[in-house]
Design a protein around this ligand. Sequence first.
Ligand code: TYD
Length: 203
Amino acid sequence: MSQGIFIVIEGIDGTGKSTQVRLLAEWFTAQGSEVITSREPTDGPWGKKLRDSAASGRLAPTEELEYFLNDRRQHVKELIAPALAVGKVVILDRYYFSTMAYQGARGFDPTEIRRLNEDFAPLPNLLLILDLEVSAAHQRIGARGDATNEFEQREALERCRQIFLSLKDEPFARVIPCNDSINAVATLLQQAVRQAGLAPACL
Ligand code: TYD
């Protein structure tokens, strides 16, 4: 459906996704591309409910999954598909691979989650999986909590990391180790974009 370029950046919390989304967008913009960046959960009504629930107590698993799907349906329809249709570069901070990872870690089957999403969500041209060991990621986000809580958080993040890594052989996916500096990681992302044949012609 698209003439544009669709790039998704994923990874567990603390891998530096939002910074890398911004830097990659700046890189494309500097070459004259029209770029749109966005994130999930979105700032729309479903995304807002999801963000609010982080403060007020997590939603029940089925309801949470449904909200993420509703949020994404709206995101695809109102922002992603229209931008791609007019040839823009769309760069996302999280997409349905996060649902596979996080709701997968909560007990749903990641393959089934993928199927539900691919019924309506377009595949990206490139999925960049930012990878970092859970202990390093955890340290970066300065996560706190009592010992049990922290143990549970790490266990859940480890499951998420493994689900992300299980996508490594998909033809559109690249795993990017991100324990180096911000600029070094940004360069790795640009190389991956070039290797995928998605860089503006002059690069
Ligand atoms: P995050 O990108 O970390 O938002 P913020 O920058 O506001 O911290 O996303 C919030 C959380 O939502 C994150 O822990 C991952 C989770 N999430 C899911 O559980 N499923 C999903 O499908 C998505 C997109 C995010």
